[in-house]
Design a protein around this ligand. Structure first.
Ligand code: NAD
Length: 368
């Protein structure tokens, strides 16, 4: 059987720096666990524009459609800020998401014990937190028509339209229920069914999919504004939250910040199953290209490493190996290793991006 395939698109700024550490880990799996990935690499974002005049070459897009998983670093940087909108680095990422039809965006908010004091909330509220927000990513108010700024009488009107079809809601609901079955079997769906028709339909469809296909999963519904409050009050009451594009954008950023640094946050964007049964998938850290620290060996590679752990779990059915990698990260943090972004008031010696990668590899060795 062919080896599982990964396309690495490291991108710009700190992207290649954090991805170098993931490549060490991929090498470790090959050498120490006999798990070999067919890895290819290509360009995305500003570096692709520099070479091809476009942030994502058609050949790269075609490769992304063929592999089992795409691993992306980050795109963008000040050098590209003045480019035309159509060729900005971010357009490369948007094209990948759109053409791969990655409708289900998984954003875990996990608080490692060693970092609980980094949160703006109390240790007892966030310590041990482990939830996932599933955000619908390809429809809703960011895409609905009509949209634009129009003139009505003697003033301007800005219009965006929240529009969801039944099938769009159903497929992201299934994605959340499937995820819940791998975790604590609990989903909370969030919308504004009290004031939005799209919210009423959202609630109905999520409930129908639940009753017909996932009756074993515990389902609750919550208005998204109440959900935001509950996320800050007692986030551990949740396991999987499923919500639309707009609310998911806000709630996942709020939840992410419960856990501390941007350098710790992974994500997965999943689409429909391919012929081999695996979902189309793109894994990437939540952070950007961090031009302020690029090239200085200061970047925290953990968000990218944890994104690879998500790939092990969701694209390659290697849940045990994903757990091994997450435990290795946890151990490194518990042992006091910190990149500069994780330096707290207690002080300590910051280690470089590469040293953090080496420490994770050493912890993987110790796990054998
Ligand atoms: P950013 O995430 O790049 O950086 C925000 C702050 O967090 C910076 O101070 C940075 O040093 C720090 N930071 C981010 N990641 C870190 C890490 N791994 N380790 C340590 N510190 C880290 O966001 P920004 O500054 O708003 O944007 C910079 C560029 O990145 C822009 O061009 C933007 O368009 C782009 N961007 C890309 C993505 C993406 O590729 N998915 C996402 C957001 C922003």
């Amino acid at each position: 059987m062919a080896n599982p395939s990964i396309l690495i698109l490291a991108g710009d700024g700190i992207g290649p720096e954090v991805m170098a550490e993931v490549k060490k880990i991929i090498g470790w799996y090959d050498a120490k666990r006999g798990i070999t990935f067919d890895v290819s690499e290509d360009l995305v974002g500003g570096c692709a524009y520099d070479k091809h005049g476009t942030p994502l070459h058609d050949d790269t897009m075609a490769k992304a459609q063929e592999v089992d998983a795409v691993l992306l670093g980050a795109v963008g940087g000040p050098k590209y800020d003045t480019l035309d909108f159509s060729v900005k680095p971010e357009r490369g990422l948007l094209r990948l998401r759109k053409e791969m039809d990655l409708y289900s965006n998984l954003r875990p908010a996990q608080c490692f014990d060693a970092l609980a004091d980094f949160s703006s909330l109390k240790r007892e509220v966030v310590g041990g937190l482990d939830i996932v927000i599933v955000r619908e990513l390809t429809s809703g108010i960011y895409f609905g028509e009509p949209r634009g700024i129009f003139t009505e009488g003697n003033e301007r009107v800005g219009i965006n339209t929240q529009r969801y079809t039944e099938s769009e809601i159903a497929r992201v609901a299934r994605s959340a229920f499937e995820l819940a079955r791998r975790r604590s079997n609990k989903v909370c769906s969030m919308e504004k069914a009290n004031v939005m028709e799209s919210g009423i339909l959202w609630r109905q469809v999520v409930q129908e999919i639940h009753d017909k296909e996932y009756p074993d999963v515990e389902l609750s519904h919550m208005y998204a504004d109440a959900g935001a409050m509950q996320l800050c009050r007692w986030p551990k009451q949740f396991d999987v939250i499923v919500t639309d594009n707009l609310f998911g954008d806000l709630l996942s950023d709020a939840a992410a910040m419960l856990t501390g640094s941007l350098g710790m946050l992974p994500s997965a964007s999943l689409g429909a199953p391919m012929a081999n049964g695996r979902p189309k998938a793109l894994y990437e850290p939540v952070h950007g290209s961090a031009p302020d620290i690029a090239g200085q060996g200061k970047a925290n590679p953990i968000a990218c490493v944890l994104s690879f752990a998500m790939a092990l779990r969701y694209s390659f059915d290697l849940g045990d190996e994903a757990e091994r990698l997450e435990k290795a990260v946890e151990k490194v943090l518990a042992d006091g290793y910190r990149t500069a972004d994780l330096m707290g008031p207690e002080g300590g010696t910051p280690i470089s991006t590469a040293a953090m990668g080496d420490a994770i590899v050493a912890a993987l060795d110790a796990s054998l």
